[in-house]
Design a binder for this molecule. Structure first.
Ligand code: 5GP
Ligand code: ZN
Length: 133
């Protein structure tokens, strides 16, 4: 099977991982909408949330832990948690993933959600998240 996120989970394609547990892995989105935009994916291949809804409960602990980590380390004021399901919804990678998008007071609201910011230094953000306390 040719799946980008399975390849990332297997370490065949590099990623900036921020969290992992037995069921899920979390890594920075390569094209972030806001600093710290992270994808939480199940370790097992699940195409989307509608075909296997039980997978949502498998990744729920990782979504919770990653959301807390991002909020604390990046001092986010809030967070959008979004799962696109099916091509018509905008899903482009067909391995289930939850988008965790930290939000900051200077760019509030739904209208500003998808303002991709090409100035974000992914390595610098990654270090802020994974630095040992
Ligand atoms: P979707 O549109 O399927 O909900 O979201 C797919 C996400 O995967 C997009 O936000 C996109 O930027 C991200 N993405 C695509 N290719 C890669 C990649 O190679 N590495 C990482 N870390 N993210 C990717
Ligand atoms: Zn996969």
């Amino acid at each position: 099977m040719d799946c980008l996120f399975c390849a990332i989970i297997a370490g065949e394609i590099p990623s900036r991982q921020v969290y992992a547990d037995d069921a899920a892995v979390a890594f920075l989105d390569i094209s972030p909408w806001h600093a710290g935009h992270t994808l939480v994916v199940p370790r097992r291949h699940v195409a989307d949330a509608l075909s296997q809804p039980e997978a949502l409960s498998e990744i729920a602990p990782a979504i919770n832990a990653t959301a807390r980590l991002l909020t604390e380390r990046l001092e986010a004021a809030g967070m959008n948690i979004l799962i696109n399901s099916g091509a018509v919804s905008g899903q482009e990678v067909f391995h289930l993933h939850a988008h965790l998008i930290p939000r900051y007071a200077d760019h509030p609201g739904m209208a500003a959600l998808m303002e991709r910011d090409s100035d974000i230094d992914l390595d610098a953000v990654h270090q802020r998240i994974i630095a040992q306390a």
